[in-house]
Design a protein around this ligand. Structure first.
Ligand code: 13P
Length: 246
Protein backbone atom coordinates (compact mmCIF):
# COMPACT_ATOMS: atom_id res chain seq x y z
CA UNK A 1 0.00 0.00 0.00
CA UNK A 2 1.47 3.38 -1.03
CA UNK A 3 1.84 6.23 1.43
CA UNK A 4 -1.21 8.48 1.10
CA UNK A 5 -1.16 12.25 1.31
CA UNK A 6 -4.44 13.65 2.59
CA UNK A 7 -4.50 17.42 2.48
CA UNK A 8 -7.39 19.43 3.93
CA UNK A 9 -7.70 22.99 2.65
CA UNK A 10 -10.21 24.75 4.88
CA UNK A 11 -10.01 27.88 2.70
CA UNK A 12 -12.00 30.76 4.29
CA UNK A 13 -14.82 28.49 5.43
CA UNK A 14 -14.29 28.52 9.22
CA UNK A 15 -13.56 31.07 11.92
CA UNK A 16 -11.00 30.38 14.66
CA UNK A 17 -13.35 28.66 17.10
CA UNK A 18 -14.96 26.52 14.39
CA UNK A 19 -11.48 25.58 13.21
CA UNK A 20 -10.41 24.64 16.72
CA UNK A 21 -13.48 22.43 17.08
CA UNK A 22 -12.88 20.74 13.74
CA UNK A 23 -9.19 20.21 14.55
CA UNK A 24 -10.25 18.31 17.69
CA UNK A 25 -12.62 16.20 15.59
CA UNK A 26 -9.85 15.50 13.05
CA UNK A 27 -7.72 14.25 15.95
CA UNK A 28 -10.32 11.58 16.69
CA UNK A 29 -10.58 10.34 13.11
CA UNK A 30 -7.89 7.79 12.48
CA UNK A 31 -6.45 8.04 9.00
CA UNK A 32 -4.86 5.03 7.26
CA UNK A 33 -1.58 3.90 8.78
CA UNK A 34 1.43 5.65 7.30
CA UNK A 35 -0.65 8.37 5.66
CA UNK A 36 0.22 12.03 6.02
CA UNK A 37 -2.59 14.39 6.92
CA UNK A 38 -1.94 18.11 6.54
CA UNK A 39 -4.54 20.70 7.47
CA UNK A 40 -4.44 24.18 5.94
CA UNK A 41 -6.58 26.41 8.18
CA UNK A 42 -7.15 30.13 7.75
CA UNK A 43 -4.30 32.32 8.99
CA UNK A 44 -6.15 33.49 12.08
CA UNK A 45 -6.87 29.91 13.15
CA UNK A 46 -3.28 28.65 12.88
CA UNK A 47 -2.22 29.43 16.45
CA UNK A 48 -5.32 27.76 17.95
CA UNK A 49 -5.24 24.74 15.68
CA UNK A 50 -1.49 23.99 15.60
CA UNK A 51 -1.11 22.49 19.11
CA UNK A 52 -4.25 20.36 18.69
CA UNK A 53 -3.05 18.90 15.41
CA UNK A 54 0.46 18.37 16.72
CA UNK A 55 -0.84 16.42 19.71
CA UNK A 56 -2.67 14.15 17.28
CA UNK A 57 0.32 13.76 14.95
CA UNK A 58 -1.31 15.72 12.15
CA UNK A 59 0.56 18.46 10.30
CA UNK A 60 -0.41 22.04 9.65
CA UNK A 61 0.25 24.24 6.65
CA UNK A 62 -0.27 27.76 5.35
CA UNK A 63 -2.79 28.38 2.58
CA UNK A 64 -0.72 31.23 1.21
CA UNK A 65 2.45 33.11 2.14
CA UNK A 66 4.28 36.26 1.16
CA UNK A 67 7.76 35.70 -0.26
CA UNK A 68 9.54 38.28 1.89
CA UNK A 69 10.48 37.29 5.45
CA UNK A 70 9.22 40.60 6.86
CA UNK A 71 8.70 44.18 5.75
CA UNK A 72 6.09 46.74 4.75
CA UNK A 73 3.52 44.39 3.23
CA UNK A 74 0.20 45.29 4.81
CA UNK A 75 -2.01 42.29 5.40
CA UNK A 76 0.59 39.71 4.41
CA UNK A 77 2.16 36.88 6.40
CA UNK A 78 5.56 35.35 5.64
CA UNK A 79 6.56 31.70 5.50
CA UNK A 80 8.92 32.40 8.41
CA UNK A 81 5.98 33.63 10.52
CA UNK A 82 3.90 30.56 9.70
CA UNK A 83 6.85 28.35 10.54
CA UNK A 84 7.16 30.08 13.88
CA UNK A 85 3.60 28.90 14.61
CA UNK A 86 4.35 25.30 13.74
CA UNK A 87 3.49 25.17 10.04
CA UNK A 88 5.55 22.60 8.16
CA UNK A 89 3.83 22.94 4.78
CA UNK A 90 2.49 25.71 2.56
CA UNK A 91 0.41 25.81 -0.61
CA UNK A 92 1.77 27.80 -3.55
CA UNK A 93 -0.19 28.78 -6.61
CA UNK A 94 -3.64 27.63 -5.58
CA UNK A 95 -5.97 28.47 -8.45
CA UNK A 96 -8.07 30.74 -6.24
CA UNK A 97 -4.89 32.76 -5.63
CA UNK A 98 -3.95 32.70 -9.30
CA UNK A 99 -7.37 33.60 -10.68
CA UNK A 100 -9.16 35.61 -7.98
CA UNK A 101 -6.08 37.44 -6.74
CA UNK A 102 -4.16 37.57 -10.01
CA UNK A 103 -1.02 35.82 -8.80
CA UNK A 104 1.37 35.33 -11.67
CA UNK A 105 3.61 32.35 -12.38
CA UNK A 106 6.48 34.57 -11.25
CA UNK A 107 4.78 35.30 -7.90
CA UNK A 108 4.25 31.58 -7.42
CA UNK A 109 7.94 30.91 -8.07
CA UNK A 110 8.95 33.50 -5.46
CA UNK A 111 6.59 31.89 -2.96
CA UNK A 112 7.96 28.44 -3.67
CA UNK A 113 11.50 29.69 -3.05
CA UNK A 114 10.47 31.43 0.18
CA UNK A 115 8.79 28.26 1.48
CA UNK A 116 11.90 26.21 0.68
CA UNK A 117 14.14 28.85 2.31
CA UNK A 118 12.28 28.09 5.53
CA UNK A 119 12.81 24.35 4.99
CA UNK A 120 9.05 23.93 4.81
CA UNK A 121 7.35 21.64 2.29
CA UNK A 122 5.64 23.46 -0.57
CA UNK A 123 2.66 21.94 -2.34
CA UNK A 124 2.45 23.54 -5.78
CA UNK A 125 -1.02 23.69 -7.30
CA UNK A 126 -1.41 23.66 -11.08
CA UNK A 127 -4.37 23.31 -13.38
CA UNK A 128 -6.15 24.62 -16.42
CA UNK A 129 -9.39 26.56 -16.79
CA UNK A 130 -12.36 25.15 -18.70
CA UNK A 131 -11.63 27.47 -21.63
CA UNK A 132 -8.04 26.23 -21.77
CA UNK A 133 -9.19 22.61 -21.67
CA UNK A 134 -11.75 23.22 -24.43
CA UNK A 135 -9.04 24.83 -26.52
CA UNK A 136 -6.83 21.75 -26.12
CA UNK A 137 -4.29 23.66 -24.08
CA UNK A 138 -4.03 21.48 -20.95
CA UNK A 139 -0.46 20.33 -21.62
CA UNK A 140 0.70 23.80 -22.66
CA UNK A 141 -0.73 25.49 -19.55
CA UNK A 142 0.69 22.92 -17.17
CA UNK A 143 4.08 23.01 -18.85
CA UNK A 144 4.17 26.79 -18.43
CA UNK A 145 3.16 26.62 -14.76
CA UNK A 146 5.65 23.84 -13.99
CA UNK A 147 8.51 25.39 -15.93
CA UNK A 148 8.08 28.70 -14.20
CA UNK A 149 7.93 27.02 -10.79
CA UNK A 150 10.84 24.60 -11.09
CA UNK A 151 13.24 25.54 -13.92
CA UNK A 152 16.75 25.97 -12.47
CA UNK A 153 15.46 25.51 -8.95
CA UNK A 154 17.68 23.38 -6.76
CA UNK A 155 14.96 21.44 -5.01
CA UNK A 156 16.46 20.19 -1.75
CA UNK A 157 16.64 16.46 -1.14
CA UNK A 158 14.71 15.33 1.91
CA UNK A 159 11.72 17.61 1.23
CA UNK A 160 8.75 16.11 -0.60
CA UNK A 161 8.26 17.70 -4.00
CA UNK A 162 4.48 17.87 -4.06
CA UNK A 163 2.38 18.93 -7.03
CA UNK A 164 -1.40 18.97 -6.87
CA UNK A 165 -3.29 18.82 -10.14
CA UNK A 166 -6.36 20.92 -9.52
CA UNK A 167 -8.29 21.66 -12.72
CA UNK A 168 -9.89 25.05 -12.11
CA UNK A 169 -13.27 23.89 -13.47
CA UNK A 170 -13.42 21.06 -10.92
CA UNK A 171 -12.83 23.20 -7.84
CA UNK A 172 -15.93 23.71 -5.71
CA UNK A 173 -18.23 22.79 -8.59
CA UNK A 174 -19.10 19.16 -7.82
CA UNK A 175 -17.78 18.41 -11.30
CA UNK A 176 -14.79 16.24 -10.49
CA UNK A 177 -12.28 15.26 -13.15
CA UNK A 178 -12.60 11.79 -14.59
CA UNK A 179 -10.12 9.72 -12.52
CA UNK A 180 -8.44 8.26 -15.63
CA UNK A 181 -7.93 11.75 -17.02
CA UNK A 182 -6.61 12.96 -13.65
CA UNK A 183 -4.19 10.01 -13.69
CA UNK A 184 -3.07 10.86 -17.24
CA UNK A 185 -2.39 14.48 -16.30
CA UNK A 186 -0.68 13.62 -13.01
CA UNK A 187 1.60 11.26 -14.91
CA UNK A 188 2.41 14.03 -17.42
CA UNK A 189 3.17 16.37 -14.53
CA UNK A 190 5.46 13.73 -13.04
CA UNK A 191 7.42 13.40 -16.29
CA UNK A 192 7.77 17.17 -16.67
CA UNK A 193 8.88 17.71 -13.10
CA UNK A 194 11.38 14.88 -13.38
CA UNK A 195 12.90 16.57 -16.43
CA UNK A 196 13.02 19.95 -14.71
CA UNK A 197 14.33 18.91 -11.30
CA UNK A 198 15.60 15.36 -11.57
CA UNK A 199 13.15 14.40 -8.85
CA UNK A 200 9.97 12.38 -8.91
CA UNK A 201 7.14 14.43 -7.46
CA UNK A 202 4.34 13.32 -5.18
CA UNK A 203 1.27 13.79 -7.38
CA UNK A 204 -2.04 14.78 -5.80
CA UNK A 205 -5.45 15.41 -7.29
CA UNK A 206 -7.83 18.13 -6.09
CA UNK A 207 -11.25 19.29 -7.27
CA UNK A 208 -14.59 18.18 -5.82
CA UNK A 209 -13.09 15.20 -4.02
CA UNK A 210 -15.70 13.48 -1.85
CA UNK A 211 -16.35 10.20 -0.05
CA UNK A 212 -18.03 8.99 -3.25
CA UNK A 213 -15.05 9.47 -5.50
CA UNK A 214 -11.87 9.48 -3.37
CA UNK A 215 -11.10 5.80 -3.96
CA UNK A 216 -11.22 6.27 -7.73
CA UNK A 217 -8.38 8.77 -7.43
CA UNK A 218 -6.11 7.18 -4.86
CA UNK A 219 -6.35 3.82 -6.64
CA UNK A 220 -4.63 5.32 -9.69
CA UNK A 221 -0.94 4.38 -9.82
CA UNK A 222 0.42 7.94 -10.12
CA UNK A 223 -1.97 9.69 -7.75
CA UNK A 224 -0.61 9.57 -4.23
CA UNK A 225 -3.25 11.55 -2.48
CA UNK A 226 -5.80 14.32 -2.55
CA UNK A 227 -6.14 18.01 -1.79
CA UNK A 228 -9.67 18.43 -0.49
CA UNK A 229 -11.53 21.71 -0.09
CA UNK A 230 -15.23 21.73 0.82
CA UNK A 231 -15.43 18.13 2.02
CA UNK A 232 -12.53 18.71 4.42
CA UNK A 233 -14.17 21.61 6.24
CA UNK A 234 -16.79 19.47 7.93
CA UNK A 235 -16.44 16.65 10.44
CA UNK A 236 -18.96 14.28 8.84
CA UNK A 237 -17.76 14.63 5.27
CA UNK A 238 -14.08 14.32 6.24
CA UNK A 239 -14.67 11.19 8.32
CA UNK A 240 -16.81 9.66 5.54
CA UNK A 241 -13.99 10.32 3.12
CA UNK A 242 -11.33 8.83 5.41
CA UNK A 243 -13.52 5.78 6.05
CA UNK A 244 -13.39 4.94 2.34
CA UNK A 245 -9.64 4.52 2.61
CA UNK A 246 -9.55 1.82 5.24
P1 13P B 1 -13.08 21.48 -3.48
O1 13P B 1 -12.70 20.13 -2.87
O2 13P B 1 -14.04 22.24 -2.63
O3 13P B 1 -13.49 21.33 -4.89
O4 13P B 1 -11.74 22.36 -3.47
C1 13P B 1 -10.59 21.83 -4.00
C2 13P B 1 -9.47 22.73 -3.65
O5 13P B 1 -9.39 23.84 -4.14
C3 13P B 1 -8.49 22.25 -2.68
O6 13P B 1 -7.41 23.11 -2.59
Amino acid sequence: MKKLYLFANWKMYLDASESEKLARAFGKISSPRGSEVVVFPSAIAVSAVAPILKKNKLSIGAQNIHWADHGGFTGEISAAMYKDFGCTHALAGHSERRHLFHESDHDVRLKLEAILDQKMTPALCVGETLEERKAGKVEEVLERQLHSAYANLLFPKGIDLIVAYEPVWAIGTGESCDPKEAERVVELIGNSVKKLTGQTPVGLYGGSVSAENIRHYVDQPNIQGVLVGGASADKESWSALIEKLS
